[in-house]
Design a protein around this ligand. Structure first.
Ligand SMILES: [Zn+2]
Length: 248
């Protein structure tokens, strides 16, 4: 009945589990987002080290009676230690992980590829950290099948004017024209921001993060995308609750 299985994955979250163990939340290619118990992880030197953000091949044991995955071994591809040693980089990376958990990531193969790429870009391009953040949310909306069409109002289907400022429909969870917007819409998209989102929508992640943004535009788009991320995640993200990522 018991079986050994393995999958590529990334540790999204880790918490104490009993006196000596840890329970990991793992984004795995083959089983989606699962809980994995790492026995003895808190004390034993011999226990498998699987820290948050670790990307690798996870060797698991599945108990179908208890419906429980246990960590047996891990072949680390990248531990992303460089991200965990910097506070702001840790915040950004944990924001990615939290978004994955809150949205269940969609297709697990694509979710893994996106998160793996996002963590690698964050680590290799620390000066482009805000672009990585913006593009991660942009890519997540695509992964979830919710990416807005930034060219046409989805309600009245009128193409936007070149210099039109776009509002937001809270009920639809999407940008829309001013006439179709909800009264409480807090999200305004200026023409330059919209051009940037349209342009980068067709680029690969690693190319999109290299598109130049002046600091003021970058700050506005980041603020917009983080609030959009909150909406995608049902209104609350722990990693955004203290405002550190918005102001950095
Ligand atoms: Zn409209």
């Amino acid at each position: 009945m018991e079986r050994n299985v393995s999958s590529l994955g990334i540790v999204l979250h880790s918490q104490r589990y009993g006196q000596l163990n840890r329970k990991l939340t793992l984004l795995s290619v083959d089983f989606g987002i699962i809980d994995v118990v790492s026995y003895g992880a808190r004390k034993s030197l011999k226990a498998v080290k699987a820290e948050v953000l670790a990307d690798g091949q996870f060797f698991l044991y599945y108990n179908p009676v208890k419906k429980e995955y246990t960590l047996k071994d891990l072949k680390v591809l990248d531990d992303h230690e460089v991200l965990r040693s910097d506070l702001m980089q840790t915040y950004r990376a944990l924001f990615f992980c939290e978004m994955m958990m809150k949205t269940n990531g969609g297709d697990s193969q694509k979710a893994y590829a996106l998160l793996s790429k996002a963590l690698d870009l964050l680590a290799s391009l620390p000066d482009q950290a805000n672009q990585v953040l913006i593009q991660f949310v942009h890519q997540m909306s695509e992964l979830l099948g919710l990416r807005p069409d930034y060219r046409i109002c989805p309600v009245c289907e009128r193409p936007y004017e070149k210099d039109e400022i776009i509002s937001f429909s809270s009920s639809l969870g999407s940008p829309c024209c001013k006439d179709c917007a909800s009264l409480d819409s807090p999200l305004l998209l200026l023409p330059g921001m919209r051009r940037y989102l349209v342009l980068t929508a067709d680029l690969r992640f690693e190319d999109a993060v290299l598109v130049q943004l002046n600091p003021a535009a970058g700050a506005r788009i980041k603020s917009y995308m983080l609030r959009y991320a909150l909406l995608l995640c049902g209104g609350y993200l722990k990693t955004l609750s203290d405002g550190l990522l918005v102001s950095s």
